[in-house]
Design a protein around this ligand. Structure first.
Ligand code: NAD
Length: 253
């Protein structure tokens, strides 16, 4: 799979430990120009620099995915600079391990604004460019939590938002197929080492969870990055509206 001359926009790529950065590295290694967008400006400057140091073409953007005008301005600027936007990876997301009886309206809105509305804003903003070029690859990050009813570190609001991402992606897939645009989701199980677990993944917890995973280990960011890379490749052009599980067999449906 080669990505030479492809322009890829990846949200939530400002953490060196996260899935977004791992995916950006993989695409860059295969020739893509990667635009890394994250609310953490310092973080995204750092991750872009890391890729540049290996000879990759990476550019950081400080962006809050919940701010529609900023999202629109950024996609316009990318299109003006490169003349195309080929790949969108909606990876920015947050989680809170709050019990359903204790979720406040404020926390519900926070989760939905970032995990769902952000995905909608970014998708809507890139689509005019993808439609014009009659090519596009979109991958949205859902989660095993949205499928099995709750996650280890996510509450009911997180599960609901991720199930929503799946439904949204399927509708976009159906509507946009006529323009050569595919839209899929990747649903990771528990991935170790990222910040989303908020430091709650202790060694003891890890051991306990591992026992429930048929492949016998917690997932790594690379496992997810490879799945995303495949779905945004030219080679995956006949796959759309699909959800790809990356969970070691912990949930099979
Ligand atoms: N790690 C897991 O176990 C796991 C499992 C299933 C799904 N996922 C999903 O994968 C995606 C990446 O998760 P991760 O584990 O790498 O998380 P992470 O916390 O390491 O990275 C998420 C990134 O999103 C950024 N972000 C947060 N709010 C933002 C906003 N408003 N605008 C722009 N950027 C924002 C953060 O700054 C951070 O860099 C998320 O959507 C998450 O829900 C993760």
């Amino acid at each position: 799979m080669h990505f030479t001359n492809r322009i890829a926009l990846i949200t939530g790529a400002g953490s060196e430990l996260g899935i977004g950065f791992s995916t950006a590295k993989e695409l860059s290694r295969r020739g893509a120009t990667v635009i890394l967008a994250d609310i953490n400006e310092e973080g995204v400057n750092h991750t872009a620099k890391k890729i540049q140091e290996t000879g990759g073409k990476a550019f950081p953007v400080a962006l809050d995915v919940t701010k529609l005008q900023d999202v629109k301005r950024m996609t316009k600027e990318i299109n003006e600079k490169y003349g195309q936007i080929d790949i969108l990876i909606n990876n920015a997301g947050i989680s809170r391990p709050t019990k359903v009886t204790e979720i406040t309206e404020e926390e519900w809105n926070l989760i939905f604004d970032i995990n769902m509305k952000g995905v909608f804003f970014l998708t809507q903003a890139v689509l005019p460019y993808m439609i014009a070029q009659k090519y596009g690859r979109i991958v949205n990050l859902s989660s095993v939590s949205g499928k099995r009813g709750g996650g280890v570190f996510g509450g009911a609001h997180y599960s609901a938002s991720k199930a929503g991402v799946t439904g949204f992606s399927k509708a976009v897939a159906r509507e946009m197929a006529q323009y050569g645009i595919t839209c899929n989701t990747v649903a990771p199980g528990l991935i170790g080492g990222t910040n989303i677990t908020g430091g709650l993944l202790t060694e003891e917890k890890k051991e306990q969870i591992q026992k429930e995973i048929p492949l016998g280990r917690i997932g790594q960011v690379k496992d997810v990055a490879y799945a995303i890379t495949f779905l945004v490749s030219d080679e995956a052009g006949y796959i759309t509206g699909e959800e790809l599980d990356v969970n070691g067999g912990s949930h099979i449906d």
